[in-house]
Design a protein around this ligand. Structure first.
Ligand SMILES: Cc1cc2nc3c(=O)[nH]c(=O)nc-3n(C[C@H](O)[C@H](O)[C@H](O)COP(=O)(O)OP(=O)(O)OC[C@H]3O[C@@H](n4cnc5c(N)ncnc54)[C@H](O)[C@@H]3O)c2cc1C
Length: 389
């Protein structure tokens, strides 16, 4: 098995526990290096959504292909799998699941321990340079190994090296692009709000719309609503060179009567000092000023035109996005091995019998929240089972 990440480990353990002789080859000095840094060092293992169809809807690429794999190994199975090996997971209020220790090392120790217990031969610092069929694998140190079945779980194809083994067996790569990124916005008043978060906003760009929490950063906007928009819009936003207008509705529950009520109930108060709940006071202040309303304006004096501008600013702020940054907590590649070239009942290649593929190497990516690891656990588990038959 090539690739000592989440998918490679799950496949190796599953096949070895079923009695197959398995060697796991990892080019890096450490196994599971992405698990280590994942979820800010806590590893967001999966998401507490236990309906396979519903779970699959969180994948901008791979939704229909993943429904039946999730019916065989889904988030609940992941929870049970780790629990059976001594690792308890907990669920946060937004559905993300982490080890109760809040440490990704717990997951690494569990996977490495389970692999050793099942008899997997673990070889780190052992990159696969070339491979050919029937399977012969040339390692970077010049050694050659032979095997009956070969799994590629080499991760995302951000660099040319990423998908080169799959391509050498005749597979096609969908072009790699980032998914899950934050937006650069240079609007000065927004920068003054760095650190502020809003629980529910609606963001729209390039014909897509997302709802969720939003975080103002030093460079622009982040948070689940933005990351989801970036995932669903990965190809579209790339075509726009990450330069596009973003519409933000800061208060999706807004109704014009809310402003009328403020006028009636607190006519003498300064507009700038009386935010509509649940908007943070600092954000409200900037939205009022960005609407061209004077700091000294009281509700009783707010003109019809000013009300219109404030409504517009609250529900349709247009912000010019000028670039992107990778999200620090989690990022994935959109693109990878074309999905119709793989049989999702077994994860076997349709192009090269005996070759199996799993994890982020495939053109599958999920939104943020533990979905990407689940797809690695699921495809790894299915491949491991099939390889052991
Ligand atoms: C900073 C960060 C945080 C993340 N946090 C989360 C999170 O909390 N929750 C979540 O669901 N997802 C998260 N993700 C995404 C998640 O890490 C990936 O979806 C997942 O790791 C994919 O698993 P994989 O096994 O397919 O690939 P990888 O984990 O990338 O593993 C592939 C392995 O193959 C090895 N390899 C490649 N080529 C060769 C070769 N030729 N020979 C030998 N070995 C090779 C690589 O060195 C690597 O170790 C995060 C990603 C990043 C970058």
């Amino acid at each position: 098995m090539v690739g000592g990440g989440a998918a490679g480990f799950m496949a190796a353990i599953t096949a070895a526990e079923a009695g197959t002789q398995v060697t796991l080859l990892e080019k890096g000095r450490e196994f599971l290096s992405k698990v280590k840094i994942s979820g800010g060092g806590r590893c967001n293992v999966t998401h507490a959504c236990f309906d396979p169809r519903e779970f699959a809807t969180r994948f901008p690429r791979g939704e229909s292909e993943l429904i039946s794999p999730f019916q065989r190994f889904q988030a609940r199975d992941t929870v049970e799998w780790f629990e059976a090996r001594g690792v308890k997971l907990k669920t946060e209020s937004d559905g993300r699941m982490f080890p109760v220790t809040d440490s990704s090392q717990t997951i690494i120790d569990c996977l490495v321990g389970a692999a050793k217990a099942a008899g997997v031969k673990l070889r780190a610092g052992c990159g696969v340079e070339r491979a050919s069929r029937p399977f012969s694998v040339l390692l970077t140190d010049g050694e050659t190994m032979n095997c009956d079945r070969l799994l590629l779980a080499t991760g995302g194809c951000r660099t040319d090296a990423g998908g080169k083994l799959a391509v050498s067996f005749g597979h096609t790569l969908e072009p790699p692009l980032p998914s899950l990124f934050t937006f650069h916005i240079a609007t000065p008043w927004l920068h003054r709000l760095a650190g502020i978060s809003v629980e529910t906003v609606e963001v729209a760009a390039a014909g897509l719309r997302e709802r969720g929490a939003l975080l103002v950063t030093h460079t622009g906007l982040s948070g689940p609503a933005i990351l989801r928009l970036s995932a669903w819009g990965a190809r579209e936003l790339h075509k726009l060179d990450y330069r596009f207008p973003l519409l933000v509705n800061w208060l999706p529950s807004f109704r014009p009567e809310m402003l009328a009520a403020c006028r009636a109930e607190q006519p003498a108060r300064l507009v700038v000092n009386t935010p509509l709940p649940p908007l943070p006071a600092r954000l409200w202040e900037q939205l009022v000023l960005a609407s061209g309303i004077d700091r000294e304006t009281r509700w009783a004096r707010l003109s019809k035109a000013e009300q219109r501008r404030l409504t517009q600013q609250l529900t349709r702020t247009e912000l010019p996005v000028t670039g992107k940054s990778l999200n620090k907590e989690e990022f994935v590649t959109c693109g990878g091995v074309r999905l119709r070239e793989v049989n999702f009942k077994t994860m076997e290649s349709r192009v090269c019998p005996g070759l199996y593929l799993a994890g982020e190497l495939l053109d599958i990516d999920g939104i943020t929240g533990g979905f990407n690891f689940q797809s690695a656990w699921t495809t790894g588990w299915i491949a491991g089972h099939a390889m052991a038959l």
